[in-house]
Design a protein around this ligand. Structure first.
Ligand SMILES: [Zn+2]
Length: 181
């Protein structure tokens, strides 16, 4: 597993007739290669919510990346070109969270000139209204497009179940006497 992103990322930002601005490979990229770190100002979810009023915005927050329940990276402040990588439901890259840092890695071999994508999979809160669904609608064109930039309902339910199980396990552990040494 690579641990660092290269000093010069192997892509350039160009306007694409389809998706506005995007990131395009400037050389062949091998599967598993670390492409760039997603950087920006690290803020809390509360600060992110205060900074961006979702209802007042016609576009979704393309420059926010939720790292954890505590931290959001706002690439509109101190961000690099990673913020221009577009979403796809059938991406050639993935966002990898490594010790609270975020990296974009290739999930398959990528040819020169190909546009880079990763799956944004925005976390659902579970009570999305029709207007939220409309705001986060996906039109990536992939045969497997799920129609939303948000995680699927099934992924949401699996995540909620996993978090509940984790909390239950933690409670069970806390209830046990400390091991003797
Ligand atoms: Zn899609």
């Amino acid at each position: 597993m690579p641990t660092r992103a290269p000093r010069t990322p192997p892509f350039e930002i160009r306007f694409s007739p389809i998706a506005g601005r995007g990131a395009f490979a400037t050389r062949a990229i091998a599967r598993g290669e670390r492409i760039i770190e997603y950087v920006g100002e690290r803020i809390s979810h509360a600060v992110a919510d205060a900074r961006y009023d979702d209802a007042a915005m016609s576009e979704h927050h393309t420059f926010l990346f939720a790292v954890s329940n505590r931290t959001v990276i706002d690439a509109a402040h101190g961000g690099n070109d990673a913020r221009f990588i577009n979403h796809s439901c059938a991406p050639n890259c993935e966002a990898v969270i490594d010790r609270s840092r975020v990296f974009i890695d290739a999930v398959r071999d990528i040819a020169v000139g190909e546009e880079l994508f990763y799956d944004y999979e925005y976390q659902r809160s579970g009570d999305e209204a029709a207007e939220d669904e409309a705001r986060y609608r996906c039109a990536c064109g992939a045969a497997t497009c799920r129609g939303s930039i948000m995680e699927s309902r099934a992924a949401y339910e699996a995540r909620v179940a996993a978090e509940a199980a984790k909390r239950a396990a933690k409670r069970a552990t806390a209830g046990e006497p400390a091991p003797t040494s």
